[in-house]
Design a protein. Structure first.
Ligand SMILES: Cc1ncc(COP(=O)(O)O)c(C=O)c1O
Length: 449
């Protein structure tokens, strides 16, 4: 075992993977886990769709780390932009105005839907959502926020209260004023509601809550970690109409679905819906430097001409992050990555269909662009999930182990696993990953009844 003093003297040497893991486990906390259960992969370097351990084991990054490294790893253009910004002005406080901040906000105004053209920059997605709900409350003078159960909006107090999934439980009772609107998906056995049904029940909840007390509804237009849930046709347009009817602001949480993941700049673009507020992070910089933002429509920004905007962060509009975002957006454009996500998304759908026809444990799969998920079942008739809600099973654990052994990194959660590679992926790389998945499903097939 390494002692702390030995470690201190080692800062300029390269550590072995085991040592990195041991020290990280001893001196840091890993997210959302009992620490005894964590078994992290030591990562030394990354390029394109791959990353490597210090010992040189290669992984296909089939989750873009945390659905964020959309342009792939190690893009020199972004690295250079960060270096150049660091050399000139690594930091200016948020009361200053900088050229990168100016350029990035103009670019985002061009890319975001409708008349969204003012932005407040944060350190990540949770803070973007915290500020989105605060802005909605200040602008409308109303208090309540509607959110769905099958959602994740971030790990800070307000964002966790908005979050409907089990990550909320330990943070309860949370902030006041948050209520639930109906979900349109009910798990692999019950499936999807129609848009009409989900909207009718949503309007009933608004009536019961008192629609005039509601400041905003926040949704992930395509739900991320809670299942890559693509709303039924008409749902997003209907939600927009309900918000308009009752003077409620619509907040689109595009933290995971934004920046090309679904084959459009933002997932709301699939339905041509214009939200009042839009939160983003992850793909905004492809995580090269941390950055989030909340964008708002002109009329909301105008409200803060005379009224104080009560919000602030030391690292708001951080120059390194703004430079990383500008360079990342240029990469999406130069390399036609949104188009590639669309094209490779079709390949992913075909590969899903092939697996579905051959594997009894393949319950269903969904993808929109390169945002994909597979749900595994024990029986195609009963559609009993391969692991319960918020739980796991020996088969799902064995599948996760197999992926790791074969050098395929992705998120295995409950009865599902995700297929979210960087948007740079080629058809050949996609087929290589699916060949590993194909073999892995032989393990879960054995759990079928
Ligand atoms: C939809 C969504 N919103 C918000 C967040 C929180 O973002 P962050 O972890 O950057 O605070 C996430 C993170 O996964 C997310 O997926």
């Amino acid at each position: 075992m390494t002692t702390p003093s030995e470690t201190k003297s080692k800062t300029s040497e390269t550590m072995a993977g085991d040592e990195i893991v041991e020290l990280c486990r001893r001196h840091t906390l890993f997210e959302w886990s009992a620490q005894a259960a964590v078994d992290p992969i030591p990562v030394a370097r990354a390029k394109g769709i791959h990353f490597w351990t210090p010992e040189g084991k290669r992984f296909i990054d089939f989750n873009s780390q945390l659905m964020c490294v959309n342009i792939g790893h190690g893009d020199e253009r972004v690295v250079r932009a960060i270096q150049e910004q660091a050399a000139v002005l690594p930091y200016a406080n948020p009361f200053m105005a900088t050229e990168v901040r100016a350029r990035l906000s103009v670019k985002l105004a061009e890319l975001t839907p409708g008349d969204i053209d003012a932005f407040f920059f944060t350190n990540g997605g949770a803070e973007a959502n915290e500020n989105a709900i605060r802005i909605a409350r200040m602008y409308t003078g109303r208090h309540k926020i509607g959110a769905r159960y099958r959602s994740y909006h971030g790990g800070t107090a307000g964002a966790l209260t908005l979050t409907g999934d089990p990550r909320r439980w330990a943070a309860e009772p949370g902030i006041p004023g948050v209520f639930r609107i109906p979900d349109f998906y009910h798990g692999v056995q019950r499936g999807f509601d129609t848009a009409e049904d989900a909207l009718m029940r949503t309007e009933e909840v608004l009536e019961l809550e008192g629609a005039k007390t509601v400041a905003a509804i926040i949704v992930e237009p395509v739900v991320g970690t809670n299942g890559v849930l693509i709303p039924p046709d008409g749902y997003m347009q209907g939600l927009r109409a309900l918000c308009d009817k009752y003077g409620i602001l619509l907040i689109a949480d595009e933290v995971m679905a934004g920046f090309g993941r679904t084959g459009e700049w933002f997932s709301v673009d699939h339905w041509k819906v214009e939200p009042d507020l839009i939160s983003m992070a992850k793909g905004l910089t492809s995580a090269y430097v941390q950055l989030g933002a909340v964008g708002m429509r002109r009329q909301i920004a105008d409200h803060f001409e005379k009224n104080v905007f009560y919000g602030g962060l030391t690292y708001n509009s951080h120059p390194l992050a703004c430079a990383a975002a500008l360079a990342t957006i240029a990469v999406y454009e130069e390399d036609n990555l949104i188009e590639n996500a669309r094209r490779m998304g079709k390949v992913m759908s075909e590969l899903f269909a092939d697996l579905e026809s051959r594997h009894p444990s393949f319950g269903t799969a969904r993808n929109i662009g390169l945002f994909g998920i597979v749900e595994l079942v024990r029986n195609k008739e009963t559609r009993e999930p391969m692991a319960p809600f918020n739980g796991t099973s020996p088969e799902m654990q064995a599948l996760g182990k197999f992926f790791r052994q074969e050098g395929l990194y992705t998120l295995v959660r409950w009865n599902t696993f995700f297929t979210n590679p960087p948007l740079t992926i080629t058809e050949e790389q996609m087929r290589e990953a699916f060949a590993i998945i194909d073999k892995g499903l032989e393990i879960t097939d054995q759990g079928c009844e």
